[in-house]
Design a protein around this ligand. Structure first.
Ligand SMILES: NC(=O)c1ccc[n+]([C@@H]2O[C@H](COP(=O)([O-])OP(=O)(O)OC[C@H]3O[C@@H](n4cnc5c(N)ncnc54)[C@H](O)[C@@H]3O)[C@@H](O)[C@H]2O)c1
Length: 443
């Protein structure tokens, strides 16, 4: 038996799961695609082998108990191939599957559907009091973000988003050096993330119409910039352009590549500008599969990093660069034979999901029930993943989607300004007499 979120039960409670001496959390997945296979699946497998251990507390079991998808076929395959018992697993399918999952006795829900389908699933889960983790980008508008944060507040649940790049050791060091004043005053920088054609032409082909690669992947860097160099600065404006003609028609709403620029203002009035280039039409035989590079310039320093060139170059006849990569990033996710003999799969992409479960477990089981509100407040104060701290990223996503929509309708060159007298997100189109308010509240 699992314990419902909101029913605070201390570790020493009489309500323990059957056959174990410790409490457990039942988790439901909405969406069971590529990212489930890559990061959630190994996370659940590891947590099935050994429970979480809370700092200063005891063990807490984590069990994948349900999934909500459109067809259920990948879930059925997973149940066949894994040791997860189908008897105690709910494979929910169809249009109302995520609502059914929200009503089912799970304690937490992870939302890993395409990005324009996060909101409804997350709202249903939070309204039912389930702790919720959403894949990036959390949602596509500030109005949606406001609603999710308010719902979580009302039901006493955690609402969190996955940004695994913040757990990358190199990015942790970048932030440490900045926060410690070794790198002083960021002025500008660029980030690029280029996905192969197989993503736009195969993996995402079903839902790609009208979408762009920026919303899907630039957010990794939007969050990195916002979290690493903030919070004592203000987002000022956003502009974007891009190219069409490969994934969809040249005059259609589907984008091959996007160049996004954001400008922040430091408290001393100086500006910082960042260019983020994304694409999902890079050749499939590109050596590293996903090409990721950043450079940040400071008053006294330059930080340049390449995500896949971390020292390893590998060539295997007949296997690289397809099923093995030439320049792999084993820090994100890798399968290993550990020196002590175990097989494992680990990396920061998995670690960041495990952290969410640890935060949920700490809220529910990390001390006396009377102190749950304090534990909940402490978990919500973690700005690296709390939805309430995702405002600038969602603002940039909403602004860039609106700018690209205008460009596709024959009005390129729009700029969105932030926190103006007219509203929080205000779009200025060249030649238009009146600006368009995208979001009236403050960002
Ligand atoms: N953290 C990362 O690096 C990373 C990498 C890839 C994807 N993602 C994110 O994960 C999410 C999913 O991406 P993916 O690559 O796994 O996609 P995918 O296309 O491989 O899988 C999508 C899944 O969602 C399900 N689905 C679609 N609409 C649904 C609905 N209305 N209700 C319930 N289920 C529905 C599909 O059945 C499928 O199981 C996206 O938000 C994406 O941005 C994150």
């Amino acid at each position: 038996m699992s314990l419902l979120a909101g029913h605070s039960v201390a570790l020493y409670s009489a309500e323990m799961p059957e056959n174990t001496a410790y409490p457990s959390l039942a988790v439901g997945m909405v969406g069971f695609g590529m990212i489930f296979d890559e990061t959630y699946r190994p996370c659940f497998e590891a947590l099935t082998r050994s429970p979480l251990v809370l700092s200063g507390g005891g063990p807490v079991g984590i069990r994948l108990a349900a999934a909500a998808t459109r067809t259920g076929s990948r879930v059925a395959r997973f149940l066949r191939d894994s040791s997860t018992s189908g008897d105690s697993f709910a494979n929910l399918v169809g249009d109302s599957a995520s609502d059914e999952l929200a009503r089912s006795p799970v304690d937490a829900v992870c939302v890993a559907t395409p990005d324009d389908r996060h909101f409804l699933a997350a709202r249903a889960a939070l309204a039912a009091g389930k702790h919720t983790l959403i894949e990036k980008p959390s949602v596509l508008s500030l109005t949606e973000l406001d609603e999710l944060v308010a719902t979580a507040e009302k039901t006493g649940a955690l609402a969190k988003v996955v940004y695994h790049k913040l757990a990358d050791p190199d990015h942790k060091k970048l932030r440490t050096l900045y926060q410690d004043g070794v790198l002083r005053h960021v002025n500008n920088g660029y980030c690029s993330l280029l996905e192969p054609k197989s993503i736009s032409g195969g993996q995402f082909a079903e839902w790609i119409a009208g979408r762009n690669p920026s919303t899907y992947v630039a957010v990794h860097y939007l969050k990195l910039i916002d979290f690493t160099f903030g919070p004592d600065w203000a987002l000022d404006r956003v502009s974007a352009t891009g190219q069409r003609g490969l994934v969809g028609p040249v005059d259609g709403p589907t984008w091959d590549s996007v160049q996004l620029q954001l400008v922040y203002r430091h408290p001393d009035g100086r500006e910082a500008a960042f260019d983020i280039h994304t694409s999902w039409v890079t050749p499939d035989n590109f050596p590293g599969y996903v090409e990721q590079e950043v450079q940040f310039r400071f008053d006294n320093a330059v930080w340049a990093a390449h995500q896949r060139k971390r020292g390893v170059e590998l060539t295997v006849e007949g296997r690289t660069p397809h099923d093995l990569k030439n320049t792999p990033n084993y820090h994100y996710n890798g399968t290993f034979l550990e020196p002590w003999g175990e097989r494992s799969q680990r990396g920061y992409g998995i670690e960041v999901i495990e952290r969410f479960f640890k935060e949920v477990a700490t809220v529910e089981f990390g001390g006396p029930p009377a102190e749950r509100p304090a534990r909940l407040a402490a978990a919500r104060a973690l700005t690296y993943n709390d939805l309430s701290a995702d405002r600038n990223v969602v603002a940039i996503v909403q602004a860039s989607e609106a700018i690209l929509k205008h460009a596709a309708a024959g009005r390129p060159g729009c700029v969105v300004k932030v926190n103006q007298a007219a509203g929080g997100l205000v779009l200025y189109a060249p030649g238009a007499a009146t600006p368009e308010v995208l979001y009236p509240g403050r960002v």
